[in-house]
Design a protein around this ligand. Sequence first.
Ligand code: PEP
Length: 251
Amino acid sequence: MARPRPLLAGNWKMHGTRGSLGEIAALRDAVTAGRTRGTDVLVCPPFTLVMAAAELCAGTGLTIGGQDCDPQPSGAATGDVSAEMLRDAGAGAVIVGHSERRANHGETDETVRAKAEAAARAGLMAVLCVGETRAEHDRGETLRVIGRQIDESVPPGARAAGLALAYEPVWAIGTGLVPSPEAIGEVHAFMRRRLASLLGPEGAGVRLLYGGSVKPDNAAEVMGIADVDGVLVGGASLTADEFLAIVEAKR
Ligand code: PEP
């Protein structure tokens, strides 16, 4: 089976104001010039920048996404943004279930599944994050936790084109720590098998991303691991130069 096309995704988290749109424009220019050929590139800035960023990138190969969405299309949910609103703003994707949202906003696997279903309903690709905490890792529970998160948060009818699954060990996010290539490979092989049993043949096409302290100097090694179809990058996606160095490490 052919490997899925790589996806390199940036998560800006709560960083960036209008002054940062120049980074998106620089990235768009690099994509347009062919520097990222052979890969899909996605950047998820804060909500406030989604529409402006999407307008800058309209008709180019650089997709803009949101970092979260509410499960409902509209309603009494002060401060929240729906998948339909993101789509209307020009987004093509949305991150759901990031560990910072699971930890800081009490999101359960059930909530995450509802958000992934909302993304599909709105025509957005969901980048669904799973990952164990340091304590779970130290207790040897990594595969059990990832298995539960997949079973309970991946929508049963998910299509490969509408889903990417990001393995982000909580203890690797923003810490400079990265699991060994063997450990990442073991989790990704497990995720691939689990998706196959959940989604059938469709599971083989779902892109499996690794996220957690990916930088230009470790990107090539991470992306060379079997069943790693791309990366989800936080801090190192904030400037076009650093993110491009990661994208280009893939090639
Ligand atoms: C993230 O927040 O999704 C992430 C992977 O962060 P960082 O690359 O900064 O570890």
